[in-house]
Design a protein around this ligand. Sequence first.
Ligand code: LHQ
Length: 261
Amino acid sequence: MQEYVQLRRDGAVAIITLDRPEKVNALDRPMLDRLIALLDEVARSGTVRALLVTGAGRAFSAGQDLADPAFWRDPNFDIAAVVEQTYNAIVRRLRALPIPTIAAVNGVAAGAGANLALACDIVIAARSASFLQAFARIGLIPDAGGTFMLTRLLGEARAKALAMLAEPLPAETAAQWGLIWKVVDDDALAGEALALAQRLAGGPTLALALAKQAIQAASENGLTAQLDLERDLQAAAGRTQDFAEGIAAFLAKRKPEFRGA
Ligand code: LHQ
């Protein structure tokens, strides 16, 4: 059977590719289930130190496969169950993964496809890419964490206009607004994204995971709770071998060799 989601390794980097280009990588249930299984495989591996997610062909993903018979033909179709079992499950996994996650948005990212990209830690996009909260066009609301990420990253004014107008947001504007990390020329995206992932995979993995945890918690915490959390997580970072290596390398004026331990 042809798999529409691929996983490959490049050293300590895992690369997940949404690979159904003829349908602009629209996500049907088998693809979503496979994505969950691959994220679990990455989490279990113990040797993956960065994850890169991208799309094959001209799009990142068109979001939910609206033509999937399982989606609209079943009169008992339970949207809540689908959202919980697939998109929520994926977003929870991406946010909990204790390694950096990078989305390389190679083209249009629409609906839940846009919001899965935004759930990654660092989003880098091709100049021709765009982000489309398409949901209102079909009478739905942004899901896959969209209402959370858009509001936190952009504020209510832009989040509401994007959700209600369902107009494509060009990648350059997304970067100017702080929705994503950066934009690169189309033909440079794959190389730059992989280089970024390799660089992160050579980093102090435990400290990067603790920074991710602290930054995500900052959305929920006040300053007092956040200072407490930083104290505790810094103590954990300070117990890693990579911290000892970082200090030793600094004092010896050499490049540190982090092992992710
Ligand atoms: C598609 C799709 C697609 C199927 C293009 N499905 N075939 C969660 C759970 C529960 C309920 C529902 O929702 C969700 C979350 C969601 O994600 S809802 C939002 C779903 N996504 C959309 O509404 C986006 C729909 N697609 C588009 O707006 C456009 O296709 C975009 C802007 C993504 C790309 O436009 P174009 O570059 O002009 O490509 P195209 O429209 O010609 O698409 C190429 C083919 O892919 C075409 O098939 P065909 O057989 O005619 O060549 C499309 O029908 C198919 N396709 N999106 N979501």
